[in-house]
Design a binder for this molecule. Structure first.
Ligand code: NDP
Ligand code: MG
Length: 396
């Protein structure tokens, strides 16, 4: 039986992974190794009761007594805290879903690769913060990374049977998020509620706001560069409000391979789960006559400054991705707390990148985990100072 672990099982991607595993036969069909959650101990315990993993781990140590109590008599071991999550990733598994949100996903992903597991990677932050380290760790241990982000799964599928050196361009599609049709002058005043009203995709809170600001697309541009090894100039972003084309690959003969499907993450999660085979998936089928038309437009750089910042990060490489991700995280926290304006998030990130500029190191060196974590910390401190200043300006 295939041994499977799910990191971030209680989140949006994690729940959809569990759904597919249940539909494929649950614990009759898979041997569950580790399930992890953050704060939602009740949901983690319910999942563990059904799937009976070897161990259930919550990130929050305060949740441990409740987790233990809920799993009494099940034979499921329990643990808590970041180190316990990393140790759970050391447990031998064939397939590991990396669906923790944020920089906390990096270490468990690296540890899973180091034991040779196939890593289904939803946690794009790990490639953005430490792409060269992640890819080198996979290569060293003969482990494989399968993309789960819908765009990268689409690109991966459009590359099947092709030679990567014949790729001319990769075109990432973007919905434009909740505020794409708002007049520019209103954007500065957008609230959390406004930014959470995503037109097409149901996702976790942080990524939904990152979609509205296009920080999500910025992370994905960097993720594309790191995962597929193409040059920054080969990566394009196009607004496609219908979210039916998940991304495209353009080849040297002018041909474009596009991946289409309903906007449902179980598509790309299922592709990674069943790879290299295709299996039936419970996703809606497209009716082109009902759809009628697909539309496209160029993203406005003034509306989406995050896209320009991604270009800067790719030009600098080294630890710039770690700084970018950390600063974005802090800016998002401040926005979520109502203490920073929507457009000021990009200002916080831009200023953090420029003050830390000289510390990013050479562009092509595989960084150490310690360097990445140190940059993450340094950038968080700087970004918080900048956010405090810009947030105060916004209150006046
Ligand atoms: P959610 O916020 O819905 O879920 C995040 C998961 O991580 C939850 O299980 C949460 O636990 C857990 N978690 C949160 N903080 C920590 C921490 N510090 N340590 C360990 N675990 C933690 O996120 P999504 O599912 O939306 O996203 C997960 C990842 O997948 C992100 O990297 C995102 O960018 C990426 N992704 C998501 C897509 C989507 O459709 N949702 C699409 C493409 C990529 P709990 O809830 O119990 O607190
Ligand atoms: Mg995506």
């Amino acid at each position: 039986m295939r041994r499977i672990s799910i990191f971030g099982a209680t989140g949006s991607v994690g729940e959809q992974t569990v759904d597919l595993i249940q539909r494929a036969g649950g614990r009759e069909a898979f041997q569950l190794v580790a399930l992890t959650g953050g704060q939602n101990v009740a949901r983690l315990a319910d999942m563990a009761r059904e799937l009976r993993p070897e161990i259930a781990v919550c990130a929050d140590p305060a949740g441990l007594p409740a987790l233990r109590e809920r799993l009494v008599g099940t034979g499921v071991a329990v643990a808590a805290g970041p180190e316990a999550i990393a140790e759970a990733a050391d447990r031998p598994a064939d397939w590991v879903m990396s669906a923790i949100v944020g920089a906390a996903g990096l270490v468990p992903g690296l540890r899973a690769l180091a034991q040779g597991a196939t890593l289904a990677l939803a946690n794009k932050e790990s490639l953005v913060t430490a792409g060269p380290l992640l890819m080198a760790t996979a290569a060293r241990h003969g482990a494989r990374i399968l993309p789960v982000d819908s765009e990268h799964s689409a690109i991966f599928q459009a590359l099947v049977g092709e030679d990567i050196t014949t790729v001319e361009r990769i075109i990432l599609t973007a919905s434009g998020g909740a505020l794409r049709d708002w007049p520019m002058e209103r954007l500065a005043k957008a609230t959390v509620k406004d930014a959470l009203a995503h037109p097409n995709w149901a996702m976790g809170q942080r990524i939904t706001i990152d979609s509205a600001s296009m920080f999500n697309k910025a992370l994905e541009v960097i993720e594309t560069r790191e995962f597929f090894g193409v040059l920054p100039d080969q990566i394009e972003v196009i607004l496609h409000p219908e979210s039916l084309i998940h991304s495209m690959v353009g080849y040297c003969d002018g041909a474009i391979m596009a991946h289409l499907g309903a906007p449902d993450m179980r598509h790309s999660i299922g592709y990674a789960l069943n790879w290299p085979r295709r299996e039936a998936l419970p996703v809606a089928r497209l009716d082109f006559a009902a759809i009628g038309s697909l539309t496209f437009r160029a993203p406005d750089p003034a509306r989406y400054p995050a896209l320009g910042l991604a270009r800067e990060v790719m030009a600098r490489r080294g630890l710039a991705g770690a700084a970018f991700n950390a600063a974005k995280d802090v800016a998002l926290d401040w926005f979520l707390a109502g203490k920073l304006g929507f457009m000021a998030m990009a200002e916080v990130v831009a200023e953090t990148l420029s003050v830390l500029d000289r510390d990013f190191g050479p562009e092509n060196v595989i960084m150490s985990l310690a360097d990445v974590l140190a940059m993450d910390q340094a950038a968080r401190l700087r970004a918080a100072e900048i956010a405090a200043r810009l947030g105060e300006r916004g209150q006046r």
